[in-house]
Design a binder for this molecule. Structure first.
Ligand code: UDP
Ligand code: MG
Length: 313
């Protein structure tokens, strides 16, 4: 029987400072396993020397394959390209900056052999990240858990092992706004978590400033629930209810007391308040509509400029 193949998918965007260590640590961590490995590095339109470094490494080691994308498409799409191109019986998705320890991969593989299709790595601790990032991530993961109908494990990133069945499932999900950890959870199969301590980035800078994290959070929420749209319905009912009671009160005042009903200031407040809510809700509908528009265009999520690999001997 031929050996099984484990793919390791590494998305890299301007990671010249760490990519050599990263690939070496991965091959090192996996040198004793019985499966064969391939390391699929996806160069996500880096503007530094990442691609040159990867090219050199791939020339020396046939286990390393490089998928060079035509421009920067973003982390989730880079991972998608890796998933589409990997050949393994299972694949491990891992960040390039050594925040996720490659040493955990053999543990994941053991779980995989116990017939789990998804082994996600749960962050028991996160080092070297600002309190604001930790706090906002914390709130986001719990909110998402509350508003979705299926279980998206909290405090997990994309660091995970997925079986070929899940790889094929992901390939069957062509959506352009991709929140991969949600998609994997949505797909189902046998899932299990292993805990680890998230390390500091080894070198280089985070490519997820607050704005991008927020965009990813929106993709998660909008991609997996109608919760934001429902807020409009709730607001509508609540405000109508309050308005009805207020109308009764005014009617009473006009009919049974001598007081003159004064409307001007309260009218302004109500109008501005309602106007604000309506605009926010229009914006939310716009978010959904804009996404529908892009999905309907049916464009490919990315283009590959070049695939760099040495024939395996
Ligand atoms: N990344 C990518 N394309 C991008 C941004 C990031 O492929 O447009 C990769 C990056 O090289 C790294 C991973 O995604 O391997 C996670 O990024 P980063 O470590 O900057 O995010 P953080 O850990 O700070 O959330
Ligand atoms: Mg990182």
């Amino acid at each position: 029987m031929s050996k099984k193949l484990v793919s390791v998918i590494i998305p890299a965007y301007n990671e010249e400072a760490v990519i050599v260590d990263m690939v070496n640590e991965v091959t090192d961590a996996l040198k004793d396993i019985e499966e064969e490995i391939e390391v699929v590095c996806v160069n996500d339109g880096s503007t530094d020397k990442t691609l040159d470094i990867l090219r050199e490494m791939a020339a020396k080691d046939s286990r390393i394959r490089v998928i060079d994308l035509s421009r920067n498409f973003g982390h989730q799409i880079a991972v998608t390209a890796g998933v589409d191109h990997c050949k393994g019986d299972c694949a491990v998705i891992i960040d390039a900056d050594l925040q996720d320890p490659p040493g955990l991969i053999p543990v994941m593989i053991e779980k995989w052999k116990e017939n789990y299709h998804v082994v996600y790595a749960k962050r028991a601790k996160r080092k070297g990240e600002s309190w604001f990032k930790l706090w906002s991530a914390n709130i986001f993961y719990r909110l998402l858990k509350k508003i979705t109908k299926f279980e998206i494990p909290v405090d997990t990133g994309d660091f995970r092992l997925i079986d070929r069945k899940v790889i094929d499932a992901l390939k069957d999900m062509p959506e352009r706004f991709r929140y991969i950890r949600g998609m994997v959870a949505w797909a189902g199969f046998n899932q299990v978590g292993v805990e680890y301590e998230r390390q500091e980035r080894k070198a280089g800078e985070s490519k997820y400033p607050f704005k991008k994290s927020l965009a990813l959070a929106l993709d998660g929420i909008i991609g997996f629930s109608f919760f934001p749209l429902r807020i409009a319905t709730w607001f509508g009912f609540a405000i109508s209810g309050i308005a009805f009671l207020y109308a009764l009160y005014i009617l009473y005042k006009a009919l049974f007391t001598d007081a003159v009903v004064q409307g001007w200031p309260s009218m302004m407040v109500v109008m501005l308040f309602l106007g604000g809510i309506i605009l926010v809700m229009l914006g939310i509908i716009g978010e959904y509509l804009g996404r529908t528009n892009i999905e309907v265009k049916n464009r490919p999520s990315y283009f590959v400029k070049e695939t760099i690999e040495k024939d395996r001997d």
